[in-house]
Design a protein around this ligand. Structure first.
Ligand SMILES: *Cc1c(COP(=O)(O)O)cnc(C)c1O
Length: 372
């Protein structure tokens, strides 16, 4: 999708907010604990490269991504820190990963055997491997001691693979109820008991675990959403320190008009005015990630909430105003305007989803502009 550099709609990413969040977390860690900033999915929609730059300044020791291409993007941008791909990569790319010093997550002995065989035929540096453990997320990873032991023994005798890390992922670190969390901790400890020498990185913590269960951090955390200034629990758990949301999204009115009573607005004519009303057109829509479920949600104009009336179109939406405004008047979709603000969490709550998803859905058509 083309980046809309000539449009009056943009995502603003605050460097100081990213720095604040990441450096504060880094300060809470013990001296031997590494912070890897998770910048998958274009840095949760914030712009991976810009976030990685700020994370590095704030003390991040490495990065996590979801897919190999995201790791290559960081290498191409000049980052030489460790990068871990959290998802399973097709083993046919093992050589490329070794060549670019990108660490692979592994969930099966077959993957290790195939990678070892491939690499043996080439003169490449060793491929760094993090062994994934499924302790209850049910997504990827070894589940039992025997298969884990077999994989670790294979790694330790391989000339082409380096056993760099071992990790698991919690599915419930962000709620009051810790019963399932504790079960996962127990399974993790039981699994790793079969390993004689633990690798350099032992990690279990996403943002929620590091914020609320830091005693389990081992020696590395995978810090994601909180680095962007968002509370991983939504609002269920209180934060140990203030997080500053890094993303705001603003645009401007392109057209404003008065409509008579009884006129309809938008596809399907789902909204009809009961009295004469001021309606402004805003040049963003669901192709930008401003989803149709936001019909009825209020945006900020001159510090006042103005509801979206009618359906959100692909590229435009309409809002109802109390008074006319000039084209060019600022519209805030996420961020502060006067005394009021709209958060990604507000949008998520309205759409019955989570802020992670709202941020990821903002498409490339919205330019990301990095500000102080
Ligand atoms: C996305 C992800 C993280 C980061 O999670 P946050 O909740 O954003 O901190 C950590 N670990 C794994 C395996 C992930 O997939």
């Amino acid at each position: 999708m083309v980046v809309g550099t000539h449009r009056n709609a943009q995502i603003l990413i605050s460097k100081s907010a990213l720095y604040h969040n990441i450096s504060n977390e880094k300060k809470r860690l013990k001296n031997n604990e590494y912070l890897f900033m998770v910048v998958k999915a274009n840095g949760y929609g914030h712009g991976a490269v810009a976030v990685a730059h700020e994370a590095k300044k704030a003390g991040a020791d490495g990065f996590c991504v979801a897919i190999l291409d995201e790791a290559l993007q960081l290498r191409d941008a000049g980052f030489d820190e460790p990068i871990l791909v959290l998802g399973i990569t097709d083993v046919k790319h093992a050589s490329l990963m070794a060549e670019r010093n990108i660490s692979a997550t592994v969930s099966s002995i077959d993957w290790l055997r195939a990678a070892d065989e491939q690499l043996a035929q080439k003169n490449l540096p060793k491929l760094n491997v993090h062994v994934g453990l499924d302790t209850g997320m049910g997504r990827i990873g070894f589940q039992d001691k025997d298969s884990l032991k077999e994989a670790v023994d294979f790694l330790n005798q391989s000339d082409n693979l380096n056993f760099e890390g071992i990790f698991t992922h919690f599915s419930t670190a962000d709620t009051h109820n810790v019963k399932y969390f504790d079960l996962q901790v127990e399974r993790f400890n039981d699994l790793i008991s079969v390993i004689d020498t633990l690798p350099k990185y032992v990690h279990v913590s996403n943002s929620a675990t590091s914020l609320w269960h830091s005693e389990f951090n081992c020696n590395m955390i995978r810090f994601g959403v909180a680095g962007y200034g968002l509370n991983p629990s939504g609002g269920e758990l209180n934060l140990p320190y203030e997080l500053k949301p890094a993303l705001s999204l603003t645009t401007e009115v392109v057209y404003c008009k008065k409509i008579d009573a009884g006129r309809s607005v938008g596809y399907g004519a789902t909204y009809t005015s009961k009295e004469p009303e001021w309606i402004a057109t805003v040049p963003v829509g669901y192709a930008d990630g401003i989803v149709r479920a936001l019909q009825g949600f209020s945006l900020l104009v001159n510090g006042k909430f103005c509801p979206i009336v009618g359906r959100v179109c692909m590229d435009q939406l309409m809002i109802k105003l109390d008074e006319p405004v000039k084209p060019g008047t600022k519209v805030t979709i996420v961020g502060q305007d006067g005394k009021e603000k709209i958060t990604l969490q507000d949008i998520a709550s309205y759409c019955d989803t989570i802020h992670y998803e709202v941020a990821c859905l903002l498409t490339d058509r919205l330019p990301r502009i990095v500000v102080e």
